[in-house]
Design a binder for this molecule. Structure first.
Ligand SMILES: Cc1cc2nc3c(=O)[nH]c(=O)nc-3n(C[C@H](O)[C@H](O)[C@H](O)COP(=O)(O)OP(=O)(O)OC[C@H]3O[C@@H](n4cnc5c(N)ncnc54)[C@H](O)[C@@H]3O)c2cc1C
Length: 331
Protein backbone atom coordinates (compact mmCIF):
# COMPACT_ATOMS: atom_id res chain seq x y z
CA UNK A 1 0.00 0.00 0.00
CA UNK A 2 1.32 3.46 -0.89
CA UNK A 3 2.13 5.51 2.20
CA UNK A 4 -0.75 7.88 2.96
CA UNK A 5 -0.24 11.56 3.54
CA UNK A 6 0.12 11.73 7.32
CA UNK A 7 -1.94 14.89 7.59
CA UNK A 8 -4.85 12.92 6.07
CA UNK A 9 -4.81 10.24 8.76
CA UNK A 10 -3.65 12.09 11.88
CA UNK A 11 -6.14 14.10 13.91
CA UNK A 12 -3.99 17.25 14.14
CA UNK A 13 -3.69 17.23 10.33
CA UNK A 14 0.04 17.82 9.95
CA UNK A 15 2.86 15.79 8.43
CA UNK A 16 3.87 14.75 4.92
CA UNK A 17 4.68 11.31 3.58
CA UNK A 18 6.78 8.64 5.20
CA UNK A 19 9.15 6.30 3.44
CA UNK A 20 7.17 3.27 4.58
CA UNK A 21 3.76 2.81 6.20
CA UNK A 22 3.50 -0.33 8.32
CA UNK A 23 0.05 -1.50 9.27
CA UNK A 24 0.31 -4.94 10.90
CA UNK A 25 -2.77 -7.09 11.46
CA UNK A 26 -1.17 -9.21 14.20
CA UNK A 27 1.38 -8.69 16.95
CA UNK A 28 3.68 -11.28 15.38
CA UNK A 29 3.54 -9.36 12.10
CA UNK A 30 4.52 -6.18 13.91
CA UNK A 31 7.42 -7.92 15.66
CA UNK A 32 8.69 -9.21 12.30
CA UNK A 33 8.32 -5.75 10.73
CA UNK A 34 10.34 -4.14 13.54
CA UNK A 35 13.11 -6.72 13.14
CA UNK A 36 13.16 -6.06 9.40
CA UNK A 37 13.28 -2.27 9.87
CA UNK A 38 16.10 -2.59 12.41
CA UNK A 39 18.08 -4.83 10.07
CA UNK A 40 17.79 -2.18 7.34
CA UNK A 41 18.63 0.61 9.81
CA UNK A 42 15.28 2.32 9.16
CA UNK A 43 13.97 4.46 12.00
CA UNK A 44 10.28 4.22 12.90
CA UNK A 45 7.59 6.16 14.74
CA UNK A 46 4.35 4.69 16.14
CA UNK A 47 1.16 6.64 15.63
CA UNK A 48 -2.30 6.21 17.07
CA UNK A 49 -5.04 8.60 16.10
CA UNK A 50 -2.68 11.56 16.43
CA UNK A 51 -4.77 13.31 19.08
CA UNK A 52 -1.88 14.02 21.42
CA UNK A 53 0.90 14.55 18.97
CA UNK A 54 2.20 16.86 16.30
CA UNK A 55 3.85 15.26 13.29
CA UNK A 56 6.41 17.66 11.83
CA UNK A 57 6.09 19.03 8.30
CA UNK A 58 7.69 17.54 5.22
CA UNK A 59 8.46 13.95 4.45
CA UNK A 60 9.73 11.58 7.11
CA UNK A 61 12.59 9.38 5.97
CA UNK A 62 11.61 6.42 8.15
CA UNK A 63 8.63 4.14 8.73
CA UNK A 64 5.39 5.04 10.44
CA UNK A 65 3.73 2.24 12.40
CA UNK A 66 -0.06 2.29 12.52
CA UNK A 67 -2.10 0.13 14.91
CA UNK A 68 -5.42 0.57 13.09
CA UNK A 69 -5.63 -3.11 12.18
CA UNK A 70 -4.95 -4.29 15.74
CA UNK A 71 -8.58 -3.69 16.49
CA UNK A 72 -9.82 -6.84 18.25
CA UNK A 73 -12.04 -6.52 21.30
CA UNK A 74 -12.88 -9.67 23.26
CA UNK A 75 -14.98 -9.52 26.39
CA UNK A 76 -14.73 -12.40 28.81
CA UNK A 77 -16.57 -11.75 32.07
CA UNK A 78 -15.17 -8.53 33.50
CA UNK A 79 -11.95 -8.71 31.51
CA UNK A 80 -11.54 -7.26 28.05
CA UNK A 81 -8.64 -7.92 25.72
CA UNK A 82 -8.45 -4.91 23.46
CA UNK A 83 -6.18 -4.07 20.53
CA UNK A 84 -4.10 -0.90 20.48
CA UNK A 85 -5.98 0.40 17.45
CA UNK A 86 -9.43 0.44 19.08
CA UNK A 87 -10.92 3.90 19.46
CA UNK A 88 -11.56 5.00 23.07
CA UNK A 89 -15.19 5.97 22.46
CA UNK A 90 -15.89 2.70 20.64
CA UNK A 91 -14.40 0.86 23.62
CA UNK A 92 -16.45 2.85 26.13
CA UNK A 93 -19.68 2.10 24.21
CA UNK A 94 -18.85 -1.59 23.71
CA UNK A 95 -18.21 -2.26 27.38
CA UNK A 96 -21.27 -0.23 28.36
CA UNK A 97 -23.34 -2.44 26.03
CA UNK A 98 -21.84 -5.47 27.74
CA UNK A 99 -23.08 -4.17 31.11
CA UNK A 100 -19.65 -3.24 32.47
CA UNK A 101 -18.90 -0.13 34.52
CA UNK A 102 -15.63 1.77 34.92
CA UNK A 103 -14.93 3.11 31.43
CA UNK A 104 -17.66 5.75 31.10
CA UNK A 105 -15.04 8.50 31.43
CA UNK A 106 -13.46 7.34 28.15
CA UNK A 107 -16.49 8.34 26.11
CA UNK A 108 -15.37 11.02 23.64
CA UNK A 109 -11.78 10.91 24.88
CA UNK A 110 -10.09 11.19 21.47
CA UNK A 111 -7.50 8.58 20.55
CA UNK A 112 -6.83 4.88 20.47
CA UNK A 113 -6.17 2.45 23.32
CA UNK A 114 -2.43 2.16 22.48
CA UNK A 115 -1.78 5.90 22.60
CA UNK A 116 -4.00 6.18 25.67
CA UNK A 117 -1.98 3.55 27.54
CA UNK A 118 1.31 5.11 26.51
CA UNK A 119 0.20 8.58 27.63
CA UNK A 120 -1.64 7.33 30.77
CA UNK A 121 -4.54 9.52 29.64
CA UNK A 122 -7.01 10.73 32.25
CA UNK A 123 -10.14 12.80 32.51
CA UNK A 124 -13.40 13.14 34.42
CA UNK A 125 -12.07 11.29 37.44
CA UNK A 126 -10.75 8.29 35.48
CA UNK A 127 -7.25 7.28 34.43
CA UNK A 128 -6.33 4.38 32.16
CA UNK A 129 -3.81 3.06 34.73
CA UNK A 130 -6.72 2.31 37.10
CA UNK A 131 -8.25 -0.31 34.81
CA UNK A 132 -5.36 -1.80 32.83
CA UNK A 133 -4.10 -5.12 34.19
CA UNK A 134 -1.81 -6.33 31.41
CA UNK A 135 -0.15 -4.84 28.34
CA UNK A 136 1.54 -6.68 25.48
CA UNK A 137 4.18 -4.74 23.60
CA UNK A 138 6.69 -5.17 20.84
CA UNK A 139 9.99 -3.75 22.02
CA UNK A 140 12.21 -1.50 19.87
CA UNK A 141 14.25 -4.59 19.05
CA UNK A 142 11.21 -6.57 17.91
CA UNK A 143 10.56 -8.84 20.89
CA UNK A 144 7.07 -9.53 22.19
CA UNK A 145 6.79 -8.87 25.92
CA UNK A 146 3.82 -8.88 28.30
CA UNK A 147 3.73 -6.64 31.36
CA UNK A 148 1.31 -7.75 34.05
CA UNK A 149 2.23 -5.48 36.94
CA UNK A 150 0.53 -2.08 36.50
CA UNK A 151 3.03 -0.40 38.84
CA UNK A 152 5.82 -1.38 36.46
CA UNK A 153 4.05 0.41 33.60
CA UNK A 154 2.36 3.47 35.04
CA UNK A 155 4.56 5.91 36.92
CA UNK A 156 2.03 8.59 37.75
CA UNK A 157 0.46 11.62 36.13
CA UNK A 158 0.94 11.36 32.35
CA UNK A 159 3.99 9.20 32.84
CA UNK A 160 4.58 5.61 31.76
CA UNK A 161 7.53 3.34 31.19
CA UNK A 162 6.58 3.20 27.50
CA UNK A 163 7.45 6.88 27.14
CA UNK A 164 11.01 6.05 28.12
CA UNK A 165 11.64 2.63 26.60
CA UNK A 166 9.70 3.27 23.37
CA UNK A 167 7.86 -0.08 23.50
CA UNK A 168 5.04 -0.37 20.97
CA UNK A 169 1.80 -1.05 22.83
CA UNK A 170 -0.13 -3.74 20.95
CA UNK A 171 -2.92 -4.79 23.25
CA UNK A 172 -4.15 -4.38 26.78
CA UNK A 173 -6.21 -6.44 29.19
CA UNK A 174 -8.61 -4.15 31.00
CA UNK A 175 -10.65 -5.15 34.03
CA UNK A 176 -14.00 -3.50 34.69
CA UNK A 177 -16.74 -4.12 37.25
CA UNK A 178 -20.46 -4.41 37.52
CA UNK A 179 -22.27 -1.25 38.51
CA UNK A 180 -25.28 0.96 38.06
CA UNK A 181 -25.52 1.18 34.26
CA UNK A 182 -27.77 4.21 34.38
CA UNK A 183 -25.05 6.02 36.28
CA UNK A 184 -22.51 4.92 33.67
CA UNK A 185 -24.73 6.23 30.85
CA UNK A 186 -25.13 9.57 32.64
CA UNK A 187 -21.37 9.83 33.01
CA UNK A 188 -20.85 9.03 29.33
CA UNK A 189 -23.42 11.61 28.32
CA UNK A 190 -21.91 14.19 30.67
CA UNK A 191 -18.41 13.68 29.21
CA UNK A 192 -19.70 14.07 25.65
CA UNK A 193 -21.83 17.11 26.46
CA UNK A 194 -19.10 18.81 28.44
CA UNK A 195 -16.48 18.39 25.72
CA UNK A 196 -18.85 19.49 22.97
CA UNK A 197 -20.02 22.44 25.09
CA UNK A 198 -16.41 23.52 25.51
CA UNK A 199 -15.97 23.50 21.73
CA UNK A 200 -13.22 20.89 21.88
CA UNK A 201 -14.06 19.33 18.55
CA UNK A 202 -14.60 22.43 16.45
CA UNK A 203 -11.09 22.27 14.95
CA UNK A 204 -8.20 19.81 15.02
CA UNK A 205 -6.04 20.04 18.15
CA UNK A 206 -3.95 17.77 20.34
CA UNK A 207 -5.86 18.49 23.52
CA UNK A 208 -3.64 20.20 26.09
CA UNK A 209 -0.33 21.34 24.67
CA UNK A 210 1.27 21.54 28.12
CA UNK A 211 1.12 19.26 31.17
CA UNK A 212 0.02 20.47 34.55
CA UNK A 213 2.67 20.79 37.22
CA UNK A 214 1.33 19.78 40.62
CA UNK A 215 4.15 21.65 42.40
CA UNK A 216 2.80 24.88 40.91
CA UNK A 217 -0.69 24.20 42.27
CA UNK A 218 -2.43 25.95 39.38
CA UNK A 219 -3.49 24.28 36.15
CA UNK A 220 -1.48 25.18 33.07
CA UNK A 221 -4.76 26.21 31.44
CA UNK A 222 -5.34 28.81 34.16
CA UNK A 223 -1.76 30.09 33.94
CA UNK A 224 -2.09 30.43 30.18
CA UNK A 225 -5.43 32.15 30.48
CA UNK A 226 -4.08 34.65 33.01
CA UNK A 227 -1.11 35.22 30.71
CA UNK A 228 -3.67 36.30 28.11
CA UNK A 229 -2.87 33.78 25.43
CA UNK A 230 -6.50 32.99 24.59
CA UNK A 231 -7.21 33.69 20.91
CA UNK A 232 -3.53 34.29 20.23
CA UNK A 233 -2.98 33.51 16.53
CA UNK A 234 0.01 32.65 14.43
CA UNK A 235 -0.01 31.59 10.79
CA UNK A 236 -3.11 29.37 10.92
CA UNK A 237 -2.58 28.22 14.52
CA UNK A 238 -4.95 29.66 17.10
CA UNK A 239 -5.46 29.26 20.84
CA UNK A 240 -8.99 28.03 21.58
CA UNK A 241 -11.37 30.70 22.88
CA UNK A 242 -12.63 28.20 25.46
CA UNK A 243 -9.40 26.62 26.71
CA UNK A 244 -6.09 28.47 26.79
CA UNK A 245 -4.12 25.20 26.69
CA UNK A 246 -5.64 24.05 23.37
CA UNK A 247 -4.16 25.17 20.04
CA UNK A 248 -6.40 24.71 17.03
CA UNK A 249 -5.10 23.94 13.59
CA UNK A 250 -6.94 26.32 11.29
CA UNK A 251 -4.74 25.80 8.26
CA UNK A 252 -1.41 25.80 10.11
CA UNK A 253 1.81 23.94 9.56
CA UNK A 254 3.37 21.95 12.38
CA UNK A 255 6.03 24.62 12.50
CA UNK A 256 3.57 27.43 13.10
CA UNK A 257 1.82 25.39 15.83
CA UNK A 258 5.18 24.90 17.53
CA UNK A 259 6.02 28.59 17.17
CA UNK A 260 2.72 29.57 18.76
CA UNK A 261 3.34 27.13 21.62
CA UNK A 262 6.70 28.78 22.23
CA UNK A 263 4.97 32.19 22.53
CA UNK A 264 2.44 30.71 24.98
CA UNK A 265 5.14 29.14 27.13
CA UNK A 266 7.10 32.40 27.15
CA UNK A 267 4.03 34.42 28.21
CA UNK A 268 3.57 32.15 31.25
CA UNK A 269 7.27 32.34 32.06
CA UNK A 270 7.31 36.13 31.98
CA UNK A 271 4.24 36.44 34.21
CA UNK A 272 4.70 33.57 36.67
CA UNK A 273 8.25 32.20 36.39
CA UNK A 274 6.76 28.79 35.56
CA UNK A 275 8.34 26.84 32.71
CA UNK A 276 5.64 24.66 31.17
CA UNK A 277 6.45 21.14 30.07
CA UNK A 278 5.02 19.87 26.78
CA UNK A 279 2.34 17.22 26.91
CA UNK A 280 2.00 17.26 23.12
CA UNK A 281 4.38 14.71 21.67
CA UNK A 282 6.48 16.08 18.84
CA UNK A 283 6.98 13.40 16.18
CA UNK A 284 9.63 13.65 13.46
CA UNK A 285 12.47 16.13 13.36
CA UNK A 286 12.03 19.60 14.84
CA UNK A 287 13.49 22.18 12.44
CA UNK A 288 17.11 22.89 13.42
CA UNK A 289 16.49 26.58 14.06
CA UNK A 290 13.73 25.75 16.59
CA UNK A 291 15.50 22.91 18.39
CA UNK A 292 17.21 24.98 21.09
CA UNK A 293 14.01 26.85 21.88
CA UNK A 294 11.75 23.83 21.98
CA UNK A 295 14.01 21.65 24.11
CA UNK A 296 15.17 24.46 26.40
CA UNK A 297 14.66 23.88 30.13
CA UNK A 298 14.50 26.62 32.74
CA UNK A 299 14.46 26.06 36.50
CA UNK A 300 11.32 27.42 38.16
CA UNK A 301 11.53 31.00 39.43
CA UNK A 302 8.03 31.45 40.87
CA UNK A 303 6.49 34.90 41.05
CA UNK A 304 4.60 34.20 44.28
CA UNK A 305 2.80 37.54 44.29
CA UNK A 306 1.09 36.51 41.05
CA UNK A 307 0.80 32.78 41.78
CA UNK A 308 -0.64 32.86 45.30
CA UNK A 309 -4.07 34.32 44.42
CA UNK A 310 -4.40 31.76 41.61
CA UNK A 311 -3.47 28.93 43.97
CA UNK A 312 -6.23 30.11 46.31
CA UNK A 313 -8.71 30.20 43.44
CA UNK A 314 -7.69 26.73 42.38
CA UNK A 315 -8.07 25.36 45.93
CA UNK A 316 -11.54 26.90 46.17
CA UNK A 317 -12.50 25.35 42.81
CA UNK A 318 -11.26 21.94 44.00
CA UNK A 319 -13.25 22.22 47.21
CA UNK A 320 -16.38 23.15 45.24
CA UNK A 321 -16.02 20.26 42.83
CA UNK A 322 -18.91 18.05 43.94
CA UNK A 323 -18.20 15.38 41.32
CA UNK A 324 -14.92 14.62 43.01
CA UNK A 325 -13.27 15.51 39.74
CA UNK A 326 -9.72 16.70 39.93
CA UNK A 327 -10.21 20.24 38.66
CA UNK A 328 -6.47 20.84 38.39
CA UNK A 329 -6.34 18.12 35.85
CA UNK A 330 -9.76 18.29 34.30
CA UNK A 331 -10.28 19.07 30.66
C1 LIG B 1 -10.12 17.47 21.85
C2 LIG B 1 -9.13 16.68 22.66
C3 LIG B 1 -9.34 16.49 24.01
C4 LIG B 1 -8.44 15.75 24.78
N1 LIG B 1 -8.68 15.57 26.10
C5 LIG B 1 -7.83 14.83 26.84
C6 LIG B 1 -8.10 14.58 28.22
O1 LIG B 1 -9.10 15.00 28.77
N2 LIG B 1 -7.20 13.83 28.92
C7 LIG B 1 -6.08 13.31 28.34
O2 LIG B 1 -5.32 12.63 29.03
N3 LIG B 1 -5.81 13.52 27.02
C8 LIG B 1 -6.65 14.25 26.27
N4 LIG B 1 -6.40 14.46 24.94
C9 LIG B 1 -5.21 13.83 24.34
C10 LIG B 1 -5.53 12.45 23.72
O3 LIG B 1 -6.90 12.25 23.66
C11 LIG B 1 -4.93 11.30 24.52
O4 LIG B 1 -3.61 11.50 24.91
C12 LIG B 1 -5.03 9.99 23.72
O5 LIG B 1 -4.89 8.95 24.62
C13 LIG B 1 -3.96 9.91 22.63
O6 LIG B 1 -4.23 8.77 21.83
P1 LIG B 1 -3.75 8.74 20.30
O7 LIG B 1 -4.02 7.40 19.78
O8 LIG B 1 -4.35 9.84 19.53
O9 LIG B 1 -2.19 9.00 20.48
P2 LIG B 1 -1.20 9.70 19.44
O10 LIG B 1 -1.35 11.16 19.49
O11 LIG B 1 -1.31 9.06 18.10
O12 LIG B 1 0.20 9.31 20.07
C14 LIG B 1 0.62 9.84 21.30
C15 LIG B 1 2.04 9.31 21.58
O13 LIG B 1 2.01 7.90 21.74
C16 LIG B 1 2.76 7.23 20.73
N5 LIG B 1 1.94 6.09 20.36
C17 LIG B 1 0.76 6.07 19.72
N6 LIG B 1 0.27 4.82 19.65
C18 LIG B 1 1.19 4.03 20.28
C19 LIG B 1 1.27 2.64 20.56
N7 LIG B 1 0.30 1.81 20.20
N8 LIG B 1 2.36 2.20 21.22
C20 LIG B 1 3.34 3.03 21.60
N9 LIG B 1 3.32 4.35 21.38
C21 LIG B 1 2.25 4.84 20.73
C22 LIG B 1 2.99 8.27 19.63
O14 LIG B 1 4.23 8.06 18.98
C23 LIG B 1 3.02 9.55 20.45
O15 LIG B 1 4.30 9.71 21.03
C24 LIG B 1 -7.28 15.20 24.16
C25 LIG B 1 -7.08 15.39 22.79
C26 LIG B 1 -8.00 16.10 22.04
C27 LIG B 1 -7.77 16.28 20.57
Amino acid sequence: MAAPLLKDILYYQTGGRCQEFVEPATIAELAAAIKRLNAKGTSFIPVGAGTNSLFMDGDYSGAVISFRKLDALEISGKKIRVGAGVDNTFFSEAVYNAGLAGAGWMNRLPGQIGGTVRMNARCYGGEISQIVREVTVVTRSGDIVTYNEPKNMFRGYKDTIFMTNGDLVCEAVIELRSGDMQEVRSKMDFCAKDRIGKGQFTHPSCGCVFKNDYAVGVSSGMLLEEAKVKLMKHAGAEVSPAHANFVFNKGATARSILELSVMMREAVWVMFGVWLEYEMEILGAVPKDLELTIFEERPASYNLEKLTPLRDRMKAALARSSSGQDTLNSV
